[in-house]
Design a protein around this ligand. Structure first.
Ligand SMILES: Nc1ncnc2c1ncn2[C@@H]1O[C@H](COP(=O)(O)OP(=O)(O)OP(=O)(O)O)[C@@H](O)[C@H]1O
Length: 287
């Protein structure tokens, strides 16, 4: 283990499911990947990935273009399948889950958010409850309407409630998409570049909403993030992929080292200390 010049951050202090430390040997991982290999035709996109995620952790997946980040997320979401190896979700092979079970467990939010369909915002949020409804449309949760109301309040969506999605901006649609995954009440949230189309203010809002929600709800988060500074700020742990292999996994402090980033991205980095919070941040030097 590398010695770090950064003070060790408390990862999820108010979260009783804070299992980010490696000493948590007796707890069961939420996710366990064993020798996972994914090929597209002749190309091996992920090579024998072994990885464990503990409940309540927030992982950032980082790495250069084409290193296999989205593919890994698709395998975890069950929308793609590996040729070799196995994924265990709560100790059970992922492929044994029904669609409905999976939807009650895992939510996915991509960078595109939602397609611009002519559906009002409040109806789109309600779609997040489908995995919990019976064939008559009755929700298992008696207070589902209250939940949707709270989500709209929290994400500043109230004034957009009756507007159709196709009349919203890309950033507003992404907020609705986030509300929909909140309504889904997942235990595991998979995010693929969720802040790509958000302006810098909303990038921060988004990450703060996510941070608050995951701590309150004890959910596990895995996010593909290109922005290393956001990843270092909001994630407990980072997984660096390079050409389909795990180059490194560790805390942001361990990964945000000049030598690591130079090798991973072939850049000339300068690591500085965030003025307000105890995390490393990346600046780029000219080539
Ligand atoms: N459906 C597919 N069919 C064939 N090849 C694919 C498919 N999806 C991804 N690939 C290939 O797999 C490799 C990894 O792609 P992936 O999208 O997982 O990378 P990534 O790290 O998410 O990249 P980026 O940062 O550019 O989004 C790439 O070489 C890509 O061309």
């Amino acid at each position: 283990m590398m010695l770090s010049k950064w003070k060790k951050r408390s990862t999820t202090p108010s979260n009783p499911y804070d299992h980010s430390s490696t000493s948590a040997g007796h707890r069961h991982p939420v996710l366990q990947l064993k020798e996972l290999t994914k090929r597209y035709g002749e190309q091996t996109v992920l090579h024998e990935i072994n990885w464990s995620v503990q409940p309540g952790e927030c992982w950032g997946i980082v790495g250069p273009n084409g290193s296999g980040k989205t593919t890994l997320l698709q395998l975890l979401a069950g929308t793609e399948h590996a040729q070799q190896g196995e994924i265990f979700l709560q100790q059970r092979p992922l492929h044994t889950y029904s669609r409905r079970e999976l939807a009650q467990h895992t939510a996915v939010l991509g960078q595109e958010g939602l397609a611009p369909l002519h559906y009002p915002v409040k109806e789109v949020l309600a779609m997040g409850r489908y995995p919990y409804q019976n064939w008559l449309g009755h929700d298992q949760l008696a207070t589902a309407d209250q939940l949707l109301d709270e989500i709209m309040e929290r994400l500043d969506l109230k004034e957009l409630a009756d507007r159709p999605l196709d009349q919203l901006s890309g950033g507003q649609r992404q907020r609705v998409a986030f509300g929909k995954v909140m309504a889904q009440q997942p235990k595991l949230l998979l995010l693929d570049e969720p802040t790509t189309y958000l302006d810098i203010a909303y990038q921060v809002h988004f990450m703060e909403w996510l941070d608050t929600w995951r701590r309150e709800s004890n959910i596990t988060v895995i996010a593909v993030l290109h922005d290393l500074n956001l990843a270092a700020r909001y994630c407990d742990r980072l997984l660096a992929l390079q050409e389909g292999q795990i180059m490194m996994q560790g805390t942001p402090e361990q990964l945000m080292e000049e030598s690591v980033l130079k090798q991973l991205f072939r850049i000339r980095p300068a690591i500085v200390h965030h003025p307000d919070i105890d995390v490393p941040q990346l600046l780029l030097k000219r080539r």
